[in-house]
Write a protein of this length. Sequence first.
Length: 142
Amino acid sequence: MQTSVSAEATETAEAAQAGCELPFDVFARACPSRETLEHVTGRWGSLIVGALREGPSRFNELRRRVEGVSEKMLSQTLHALERDGIVNREAQPTNPPRVDYELTPLGREVADRLLSLIHLLEGNMQQVLTARQSYDDTRGGR
């Protein structure tokens, strides 16, 4: 007779295997949460997650929306976000093939928090630009 392993036991085993104490601690070097944080908050990850909050998109729609991202980086970032359970990829059996990307429930929660930060920064950019200018003037920067 086999007994099933609870989700909590599985989570605990995975964390221990990764060298991370529960609860997960992003400041611990071996904690898997650090890698996910990097995927979500990296240059392209945050922009892709933010763009997908507007609704499902196809690859080229995302590429046009997130100006400057290369096909390679978009593909790599989408794969990482899909692996982390932030993005869902759905391939349609059409000719030509159609692939849609959308946020999972976790991805929508992450996107809402990222967009709050994005809006905070956008709303305070004049203060940021003033601080940069002051820094550069006093320290001989750029």
